[in-house]
Design a protein around this ligand. Structure first.
Ligand SMILES: [Zn+2]
Length: 311
């Protein structure tokens, strides 16, 4: 029996609500459940994917700090068959999957992964700064603090050069045509990764650089090396948020939209589902003067290119 009433959430939006999101691909979507089944954050993956599709979006990359998302992506993709909405899986090279292991990248690719995230809470840099994800995971797993301290991963050696393992992982991505994102690497590590990727022609996204620097010169350096820069909505809607939409606006003014990618990265119960977070994000940027064309570059064109597809 079909429901005669439209989705009340979608129906409550203005008629042109989807204009800025047409063709958008959010390359940083956390699923449900994310960090723990005991920390529900929103509706089911399929329900939220339908909402994204209703907003005119073209797809997602599912990301997890703990588990590969290829199977989850496949299940959601199958549920979305016939809609044109695509869902890609990824792997994050944190300690539970063995860290910086080229073989793991190869196996993940064989299982359908399209994006490789370098370690997030598992980086030595994140451990040293008392990372937010680690603090959340320690609430879930009583032994977590000891585990993360023991298994922390440095991307660079003591003199600041990428380790052989980091290079081997990036080489594997290059050989397999996978997109690479920097995870929670430090700004210096991210620079070393971007430089190496520039040298071998590897597509790379600097994961939320504003978490580590707001210096326009440093941000431009990434762009000059051909890296994409991610700007996500999550820190703008967090109770302890260290960023405002104006900070993103100013960073974008410094680097331009040509290499910028807008994502959500939300996984908390105090935010609306990811597609609505992305809509809020782009509407606020539009209010601050970014044109529909520039926004399309940042939510549709660049994510596609990052994934390795022709425009
Ligand atoms: Zn994330």
């Amino acid at each position: 029996m079909s429901d005669p009433h439209p989705d009340p959430f979608v129906a409550a939006l203005p008629e042109t609500f989807d204009l800025l999101l047409r063709g958008a691909i959010d390359v940083h979507v956390h699923g449900q459940p994310d960090l723990s089944a005991g920390l529900p954050n929103r509706g089911t993956d399929v329900a939220v994917a339908r909402l994204a599709q209703a907003y005119g979006m073209s797809g997602w990359v599912l990301k997890s700090h703990l588990w590969p998302t290829m199977d989850r992506a496949r299940a959601v993709r199958q549920a979305m068959t016939g809609t044109g909405f695509r869902v890609e899986g990824s792997i994050t090279l944190n300690p539970p999957v063995g860290g910086l292991e080229p073989s793991v990248v190869e196996l993940a690719a064989a299982h359908g992964a399209r994006v490789v995230f370098l370690p997030t809470w598992g980086t030595a840099a994140d451990v040293a700064r008392g990372g937010y994800i680690s603090r959340l995971l320690a609430r879930v797993a009583p032994s977590f603090d000891e585990y993360v301290a023991r298994s922390a991963i440095a991307l660079c050696d003591p003199v600041g050069a990428l380790t052989g393992r980091t290079k081997a992982v990036i080489d594997a991505c290059r050989a397999l045509g996978l997109a690479l994102a920097t995870g929670h690497a430090s700004a210096a590590e991210s620079r070393a990764v971007a430089a190496y990727c520039a040298g071998i022609g590897q597509r790379v996204l600097i994961t939320h650089p504003l978490h580590y620097t707001t210096d326009p010169t440093e941000l431009r350096e990434f762009v000059d090396m051909g890296a994409y820069l991610e700007f996500c909505n999550a820190p703008l809607v967090h109770p302890d948020g260290h960023l405002r939409i104006r900070d993103v606006h100013e960073a974008l003014a410094a680097v331009g939209p040509q290499r910028a990618i807008l994502t959500t990265d939300v996984f908390s119960r105090w935010v609306p589902p990811a597609p609505e977070c992305l809509r809020m994000f782009v509407e606020q940027l539009a209010y601050l003067g970014w044109t529909a064309e520039q926004i399309a570059t940042m939510v549709a064109t660049n994510p596609r290119a990052f994934l390795g597809e022709p425009a």
